[in-house]
Design a protein around this ligand. Structure first.
Ligand code: CMC
Length: 434
């Protein structure tokens, strides 16, 4: 709920000669919104806004995004600083607690994460029941949802134990993600190890085998750490809104996060990182015939879109995309990986940025455009890319869920509609229908 002093202006709305004054809310960075909360009650009108392009669904203190200038901050800190100077778990703490942890707080948080790294052994059997080639995103969402049965909240008030539930989720999601990968390739599960860092632990669970021990390289850990930070929150995007929506009905944190995972899966959202690689591979197999894909993307009758380009909010470079592009060059160099898809990606970006058609639509590479190339270099298979996004986004989802539940202004998410179906019809019994 904004402070009263944020209402210092009103907007006038005139309907059929009658004037209504609607309060204006101003955020601390100058973003303005017309408060229509009483509009229906006062005027009988709703607002029509498909895709919520113009709607602010809440007031939030977590993430600030300026789409015109390409600015992104978590809790006031520039993404550039956080991505280059922090551990992912520090950023997770920041998102959850609205402060960067001091050493003691960080150690306590690390200990909590260590304590909750295992999943209940009965859950391990669930993995056996998925068919081969099951999508890791569907496994992740099912497993996260079922955590509620194994770790129900200890009290009627879920906020009372939120730190424990949050730590459980942030720790266990890694274990679930790595187990689903191991099952999918028929290898024995590797259990978490408390002597490894958050990212090192995940990589070890993914790639260690009884016959070939995995060496956790600090460069690989650093690259993964950066990617997870860049994904950690992005205000009211589709999956975060799904988390808030389910939570607004009183849903528990696990089922709300599970809904977020499902929303993230779509190729217009987190699934774009996987779609980018498929697109670059297709261009590669087509002898780098960029023109064909550019023409498809411009064709109004073709549903094809350039995955990894465009964003609802950014009208310039996505700052996360810029950081990832630089990281991509660094990590491929350090690991001495030569990936033909990197050159294709660079060329495609160049073409798009210089094509007046795409320039007129403000299409710039987004976070998903180069992230997959780094994941490939780290050895992560393509069908796990969106799972990686979910691992990164989890602290943001939890912080947003918590904020929503703590906000006295929260109401159940329940949009209205404009009915355009059949007018009232007389019922015809089955025997009389022709
Ligand atoms: N390729 C070709 N044309 C595009 C693209 C694209 N990637 N993105 C937008 N456009 C065009 C679109 O056809 C439309 O043209 P017109 O005005 O002539 O109808 C115009 O640009 C505006 O697009 P929109 O679909 O109305 O914009 P939106 O804000 O609803 O969609 C988006 C945003 C991210 C879904 C869209 O840009 C897109 O589909 N991008 C590709 C998928 C992708 O990379 N998603 C990841 C987004 S970033 C990370 C995340 O959120 O997960």
């Amino acid at each position: 709920m904004p402070d009263d002093n944020l209402f210092d202006q009103t907007a006038e709305l005139i309907i059929d000669g009658q004037s209504y004054h609607l309060p204006i809310i101003e955020g601390i960075e100058g973003d303005k919104s017309i408060d229509v909360r009483d509009l229906l009650k006062e005027t009988g009108y709703t607002v029509y806004d498909t895709g919520y392009k113009n709607s602010a669904s809440c007031c939030s203190t977590i993430t600030f995004l300026d789409g015109k200038k390409g600015v992104l901050r978590y809790r006031g800190y520039a993404i550039e600083d956080l991505a280059s100077k922090c551990l992912f778990i520090e950023v997770a703490y920041l998102l959850l607690h609205n402060k960067l942890p001091n050493r003691v707080e960080l150690e306590n948080f690390r200990t909590l994460l260590e304590q909750h790294a295992l999943i209940h052994e009965d859950m391990v059997h669930f993995f056996d029941k998925f068919p081969p080639n099951a999508s890791p995103m569907s496994i992740l969402s099912v497993m996260v949802n079922s955590l509620h049965n194994f770790y129900p909240e200890m009290s009627a008030d879920p906020l009372e134990n939120i730190d424990i539930t949050a730590s459980r989720l942030i720790s266990k999601i890694r274990t679930i993600a790595a187990f689903s990968y191991k099952k999918s390739i028929g290898q024995p599960l590797v259990y978490p190890r408390n002597d490894l860092s958050y990212c090192g632990n995940f990589l070890n669970m993914m790639f260690n085998t009884p016959v070939r021990p995995y060496i956790v390289l600090p460069e690989v850990v650093a690259a993964l750490n950066k990617l997870l930070i860049l994904h950690a929150d992005h205000e009211q995007n589709c999956s975060t809104s799904a988390v808030r929506l389910v939570g607004s009905a009183g849903g528990n944190l696990y089922s709300s996060i599970s809904a977020g995972i499902n929303a993230l899966w779509g190729p217009l959202h987190g699934g774009a990182n996987e779609a980018v690689i498929h697109m670059l591979e297709a261009i590669h197999q087509d002898n780098n015939d960029y023109k064909k894909y550019i023409a498809k993307a411009k064709d109004r009758n073709d549903p094809f879109r350039l995955s990894g380009f465009g964003h609802r909010v950014y009208r310039t470079f996505d700052p996360r995309g810029t950081i990832i592009k630089d990281a991509c060059d660094d990590i491929l160099g350090i690991l001495n990986v030569k990936d033909p898809l990197l050159e294709i990606a660079r060329n495609l970006e160049e073409i798009v940025l210089n094509d007046p058609f795409f320039v007129s639509k403000n299409l710039y590479p987004n976070i998903d455009f180069y992230s997959g190339i780094i994941y490939r270099a780290l050895g992560i298979p393509t069908n796990m890319f969106t799972v990686m996004f979910a691992l990164g986004r989890l602290p943001g989802w939890i912080a947003q869920w918590k904020e929503m539940r703590e906000d006295p202004e929260t109401k159940i998410y329940r949009p209205r509609q404009i009915y355009i179906g059949s007018p009232s019809r007389k019922f015809v019994p089955l025997s009389q229908r022709t």
